[in-house]
Design a protein around this ligand. Structure first.
Ligand SMILES: NC(=O)c1ccc[n+]([C@@H]2O[C@H](COP(=O)([O-])OP(=O)(O)OC[C@H]3O[C@@H](n4cnc5c(N)ncnc54)[C@H](OP(=O)(O)O)[C@@H]3O)[C@@H](O)[C@H]2O)c1
Length: 267
């Protein structure tokens, strides 16, 4: 069983599992849902941060979906690993360079970004890939008429009062949260369809699932990278995710705070 047809064990609003997959022909998707598939046809996607702990899971989920995947890394040595995960092509580049960002988005319909700074870079750099790099990506995407951008951000972004954990994130990794906030604003200001996810503490293992709620709800807790990656992939095909920012955390105490969305990932 692949990740993408696994059932959620913790679900938004305590409703039935939110991890839904559809047959490639769209069986199970209402005609209006299929037509309103975020308004356009997504054939090729760029995954920035594809070698990361979330990005690898995102590539694996998308490999089961009817899209071609272009994965991005700064290291040529990581190309074989990305190809074996399911990437159809790999672009080598650094998002801190706007030309590399422009090259990466050429001829893609959607951009999904899970890039992030290393702990050492958080305080040692003035500019972070979370901010400047993502902004280059957004500018390039808008210039290339890419339809959709999906971003992995963080609880605490954009100064939303949020939970104690959101405020803790702002204290602990303030420069990076501020950088992500600038990237979020650039996305919302751009002529693009977008979905932004602000997860709580990321885990590499554990049961997938969690609560997905409107930004500012005040979620707190941990969530698996696998679930965040699945939501990012599904947001491309879930009309209700259009132009929205969500908090994500797997805290059973907050199940009732979730937004009921029928997330769908076609196969
Ligand atoms: N840790 C947490 O609890 C937590 C909580 C909330 C949100 N987040 C955020 O979630 C996101 C994903 O986290 P993760 O742990 O899965 O990430 P990760 O494993 O640290 O991966 C980071 C990725 O960013 C890419 N990258 C870094 N600098 C780049 C640059 N200049 N140009 C292009 N790509 C670059 C790396 O690619 P290459 O090295 O291959 O180039 C790598 O694929 C991050 O934004 C993180 O801040 C984390």
């Amino acid at each position: 069983m692949t990740d993408s047809n696994r059932s959620a064990t913790v679900v938004a609003d305590g409703r039935p599992p939110t991890l839904t997959t559809l047959a490639a022909d769209g069986a199970g998707m209402t005609p209006s849902g299929a037509a309103a598939n975020r308004g356009d046809h997504i054939e090729r996607v760029l995954v920035a941060g594809a070698t990361g702990k979330t990005g690898r899971r995102l590539v694996a989920h998308l490999a089961d979906a009817p899209v071609a995947i272009r994965a991005m890394t700064r290291s040529r040595s990581k190309i074989p690993a990305l190809e074996s995960l399911g990437a159809n092509e790999v672009t080598v580049g650094d998002l801190m360079d706007p030309d590399d960002a422009a090259h990466a988005v050429t001829d893609v319909d959607a951009v999904l970004t899970c890039v992030g700074s290393t702990p050492l870079q958080v305080y040692r750099s003035d500019e972070h890939v979370d901010g400047r790099g993502n902004r280059h990506l957004v500018e390039a995407a808008e210039a290339a008429a890419v339809s959709t951008v999906v971003m992995q951000s963080s609880l605490g972004a954009c100064g939303d009062r949020g939970s104690l954990q959101a405020r803790f994130f702002r204290r602990l990794v303030g420069p990076v949260v501020a950088a992500k906030s600038r990237a979020e604003r650039a996305i919302r200001d751009a002529e693009l369809r977008y979905t932004i996810f602000r997860p709580g503490l990321l885990l590499s293992y554990g049961p997938d699932g969690g609560t997905v709620a409107e930004a500012g709800t005040g979620l707190w807790g941990a969530v698996t990278r696998g679930y965040v990656a699945w939501l990012m992939a599904a947001s491309l095909f879930t009309p209700a995710a259009t132009d929205r920012t969500f908090e994500v955390a797997g805290n059973p105490l907050q199940r009732g705070a979730g937004t009921a969305i029928d997330w769908r990932l076609p196969r």
